[in-house]
Design a binder for this molecule. Structure first.
Ligand code: 5GP
Length: 113
């Protein structure tokens, strides 16, 4: 059986999180090591490893996650923000449960490192 990720443990309530939004499809919470004044993670309840694993049946779920990204960004007072989805180790993915980063509240550099 696949080992539980830290985000599986958060979804199961085994590890606490600073929740900002929750519904039947996803959970949004503050990143434990924020890289900007606002740094929120949105994760699906469905255990998808990364964008590498998505299926046609996930289309509506992925759209929902982006809509919630805009909601939590607006609720945090952001008018400008960056949405990041790291996919695979070389991209910087460290937790292998799909997640969307919402980063804002400061000027962000481009290109990213
Ligand atoms: P990745 O590098 O996989 O794109 O992003 C994983 C993110 O999860 C990192 O920004 C990291 O700070 C965050 N993170 C790791 N463990 C925890 C945790 O236990 N709680 C919270 N809230 N965030 C975590």
């Amino acid at each position: 059986m696949k080992q539980k990720t830290i985000f599986d443990q958060i979804l199961l309530g085994e590890i606490p999180c600073n929740e900002v939004y929750s519904d039947e499809k996803c959970l949004a919470f503050k990143d434990i090591t924020p890289q900007a004044p606002v740094h929120i993670l949105i994760i699906p309840r469905k255990p998808i490893v990364s964008l590498q694993e998505i299926q046609q049946e996930d289309q509506a779920l992925l759209g929902h996650l982006l809509l919630i990204g805009t909601k939590v960004a607006n609720d945090s007072g952001l008018e400008s923000w960056r949405t990041v989805i790291n996919t695979g180790e070389e991209s910087g993915q460290t937790v292998f449960h799909l997640h969307i980063h919402i980063l804002g509240g400061r000027t962000l550099n481009w290109p990213p490192g």
